[in-house]
Design a protein around this ligand. Structure first.
Ligand SMILES: Nc1ncnc2c1ncn2[C@@H]1O[C@H](COP(=O)(O)OP(=O)(O)OP(=O)(O)O)[C@@H](O)[C@H]1O
Ligand SMILES: [Mg+2]
Length: 253
């Protein structure tokens, strides 16, 4: 899919209805992601724990954003909400033409399958599938399995020698690369990565990150990545910090 397909002009869309109330940027393009006034608390034995208290965020297609903030500040919570894995208490999350709070579980599952790539710190690889089938898994579900793109990813990620192995037969760094490859293979519009290199040593982490950014250069995917590393954050186009339930320190370049 070309960049233009993602950066569809709002005027191309004549559909109406709640799912198609897409936010429009001043340049006439849809924003990839728009989070507005989002609140989220968790119920705990001590009462409600407020985590997000009015989060606003707007991401343009093809951009990359580092989400930082101290442990427990709510970064993973925000990513789960954006992925539609949990519901906001208040506020709205829109991605392109979709309004998440108005979608059914089935619509959310379908949207995640076709438009979102998820890479969490735990690699979540499927133990019963060989590497090659793990890589193709989401792309097949999304109906976008492209053997040439997958072969390109395999070559770039250095996975050619382990394609027939099972995840448990891989090192942590190799598993991490398979998880990234799986998310990228499906050519998602939005890649949500929660500390994707957090459990790797510094050198491997730098190598995996470099690869990720290079591969994103070849695709129209928008990246939202949680990281604790200032040097990782510095390599992304923008940076925000979650503190006290809100985002601050926007550093657009
Ligand atoms: N299911 C849950 N029930 C109750 N509290 C939760 C739940 N999930 C997270 N929390 C709490 O919400 C707060 C935010 O958690 P979250 O995982 O979003 O933080 P984080 O910024 O991702 O932290 P880290 O950098 O350590 O991964 C924490 O205080 C956490 O204990
Ligand atoms: Mg977290």
């Amino acid at each position: 899919m070309g960049l233009l397909a993602v950066r569809q002009r709002a005027t191309d869309k004549n559909r109406s209805g709640p799912l198609f109330l897409a936010p429009r940027l001043s340049n006439g393009f849809f924003s990839m992601l728009e989070v507005q006034g989002v609140f989220k608390s968790y119920a705990t034995p001590q009462g409600p724990l407020p985590v997000l208290q009015g989060v606003d965020l707007c991401l343009k297609p093809g951009s990359s954003l580092a989400l930082m903030g101290e442990s427990g500040s709510g970064k993973s919570t925000l990513l789960h909400l954006i992925a539609g894995l949990d519901k906001v208490d208040r506020g709205s999350i829109r991605s392109g033409e979709h309004r998440l709070e108005q979608m059914s579980e089935g619509q959310l599952a379908n949207w995640r399958r076709t438009e979102i790539g998820l890479v969490f710190q735990q690699f979540n690889l499927i133990g019963s599938l060989r590497v090659e089938d793990n890589l193709a898994f989401q792309a097949r579900l999304a109906g976008r399995h492209d053997p040439r793109w997958q072969a390109h990813l395999v070559q770039r990620l250095g996975l050619a020698d382990v394609l027939k192995r099972y995840p448990e037969q891989l090192s942590g760094g190799q598993q991490q690369r398979v998880a990234l490859g799986r998310a990228l293979a499906s050519q998602p519009k939005l890649l949500l990565a929660d500390e994707p290199t957090g459990s790797l040593d510094e050198a491997t982490s730098a190598e995996v990150l470099k690869l990720l950014l290079e591969l994103l250069d070849d695709s129209p995917t928008t990246l939202l990545m949680v990281t604790h590393s200032p040097s990782v954050a510095a390599r992304l186009a923008e940076k925000v910090v979650l503190h006290g339930g809100r985002l601050a320190g926007v550093d657009g370049r």
